[in-house]
Write a protein that binds this ligand. Structure first.
Ligand code: BES
Ligand code: MN
Ligand code: ZN
Length: 493
């Protein structure tokens, strides 16, 4: 996808396959009036006859127009409000992309100069369009004989000044979009392909692609030496070896403390001996979407060349039942030294994460965010629209909520009160790995909080946000958008 910026003095002379105008019912913007009079009042006539009402994201595609240099025109409704909400802007841009793509357009130009989004700068709009066109081009191809045809659009021109700041915004959007697509691809791959070793090799590929990225992979022997017996308890029943993948991005000064991302990489979650029911179990291939978001984010961060240091840690393992699998009631010692009674082998995410979180402490981090498809309870609480956000620092939580709004990749602050902690009491270990039926996403976070006392930490439960089920089954690439926006803000972008 080639995305460029071009100032536009006269809308009638824009050279493109399809000109996209975002208009209201009254054609109040000057460019809308200019285009209308150049094509002999055709748009006014269409509106007068009631064929276009200017409703939000309503489209009318005119494959033949005269009077404009562009042979085709798409008008997209702006709705009645002078200022748009973030989500309105997305609806308009997605409508423009989808309509021109179904018409087979290869080159489109979108006029944005009459659009105001509340509290957002114009660079936000450029970044957003670049991200949306990039994610629109995502196709899953790995295991289908006849994949969906590629997006017809190859070139997108945004009418706007070709300045450094604007170009940087476009580049950021495209980089984040690519990161999201990487996360989608890893998520959508089946569990027999996307194994812990596969995640390791994809991470290593990132290290080869960018000089700023280096990757190391710890095998089970090394993890045992470090005392990661909680993580290793999850992999006990499978033939796939577990991996702890460490991706280091150095874009800041050597002494700058890194921001650490820790991803749950359970490449398939059967539940283990606490076996899951059969319905929708295939969707547990998505149980590595936290890990996928770490890979996608690191890729985008490297692509954007952010001036800070980031470490991605992926706890990759498969959760299977077998004669060697961990059993309910087994007690293990985590790397932190704390013992855990495993009452349910299906609460495995926290078991792999706790050791990865202890390992994260080695980097003397500025902040640590773990990302995990951790609990069905989070899906019950928030559905697919928001990730559950838990943190031991309210200011940090507030910052992430804000960046999530900017990125249109939202989280919602959940409680991490001490009141919930005793649900994890055990008679036989320092803690149990489950906290009973009440507030399941909170007690899961409480469990993790016992391993994150030494640093500023946030936990994102993406069980609902990471993929869509049903007929349109597929990964969403979330929360790459939120994470990139947060890291870009930390880098001063
Ligand atoms: N990966 C699942 C959580 C999950 C379930 C995510 C459904 C998305 C959709 C996790 O490992 C799990 O099985 N959690 C259990 C915890 C329970 C045993 C305390 C759950 O949520 O049922
Ligand atoms: Mn599970
Ligand atoms: Zn799981």
């Amino acid at each position: 996808m080639q995305i460029s910026l071009k100032p536009c003095k006269d809308v009638t002379t824009v050279s493109t396959d399809c000109l996209v105008l975002i208009v209201d019912h009254a054609l109040s913007a000057d460019i809308a009036k200019a285009a209308d009079s150049a094509c002999g009042g055709a748009i006014t006539e269409i509106i007068k006859r009631g064929d276009f009402k200017g409703k939000l994201a309503e489209t009318l595609y005119l494959p033949a127009v005269s009077g404009l240099k562009a042979p085709r025109l798409l008008i997209v409704g702006k709705g009645d409000n002078a200022d748009l909400k973030d989500s309105d802007f997305d609806k308009i841009i997605n409508a423009a992309i989808n309509t021109t793509a179904s018409a087979g357009c290869k080159d489109i130009s979108i006029m944005l100069d009459n659009i105001n989004v509340t509290d957002r700068k114009i660079t936000w709009q450029y970044q957003r369009v670049a991200q949306l066109i990039t994610t629109s081009s995502y196709r899953y191809t790995a295991t289908v004989s006849k994949p969906k045809p590629a997006l017809s659009i190859r070139r997108l021109t945004l009418q706007g000044a070709n300045t450094d700041a604007n170009r940087q915004a476009v580049h950021a959007g495209a980089s984040i979009g690519k990161g999201i697509n990487i996360a989608c691809d890893l998520g959508d791959l089946p569990g027999n392909i996307c194994t812990p070793n596969y995640l390791a090799s994809e991470s290593r590929a990132l290290g080869r692609k960018y000089d700023s990225v280096s990757v190391s992979v710890l095998d089970e022997k090394k993890m045992a030496e470090l005392g990661m017996h909680s993580l290793l308890s999850v992999t006990a029943g499978t033939d796939q070896p577990a991996r702890l993948i460490v991706i280091e991005y150095k874009g800041g000064k050597k002494a700058d403390k890194p921001h650490v991302l820790v991803g749950k990489g359970v490449t398939f979650d059967t539940g283990g001996i606490s076996l899951k029911p059969g319905a929708k179990m295939d969707e547990m291939k998505y149980d590595m979407c936290g890990a996928a978001s770490v890979v996608g984010t690191l890729s985008a961060v490297a692509e954007m060349d952010l001036k800070l240091n980031v470490v991605g840690i992926i706890a990759a393992a498969e959760n299977m039942p077998s004669g060697s699998a961990t059993k309910p009631g087994d007690v293990v010692t985590s790397m932190s030294g704390q013992t855990i009674e495993i009452l349910n082998t299906d609460a495995e995410g926290r078991l792999v994460l706790c050791d990865a979180l202890t390992y994260a402490g080695k980097f003397k981090p500025a902040s640590v965010i773990d990302i995990a498809t951790l609990t069905g309870a989070c899906v019950v609480a928030l559905g697919k629209h928001a990730a559950g956000l838990f943190s031991n620092d309210d200011d940090f939580a507030a910052e992430l909520l804000e960046q999530g709004k900017l990125a249109q990749d939202r989280a919602w602050h959940m409680p991490l009160w001490d009141d919930y902690q005793n649900q994890l009491d055990s008679n036989f270990a320092d803690m149990a790995n489950i906290g009973g039926p009440e507030a399941g996403s909170v007690t899961a976070a409480c469990f993790l909080s016992r391993f994150t006392k030494d640093y500023r930490w946030a936990h994102l439960d993406i069980a609902g946000a990471a993929w869509n089920g049903g007929g349109n089954k597929g990964a969403t690439g979330r929360p790459v958008g939120l994470l990139c926006q947060y890291l870009a803000s930390k880098a001063g972008n």
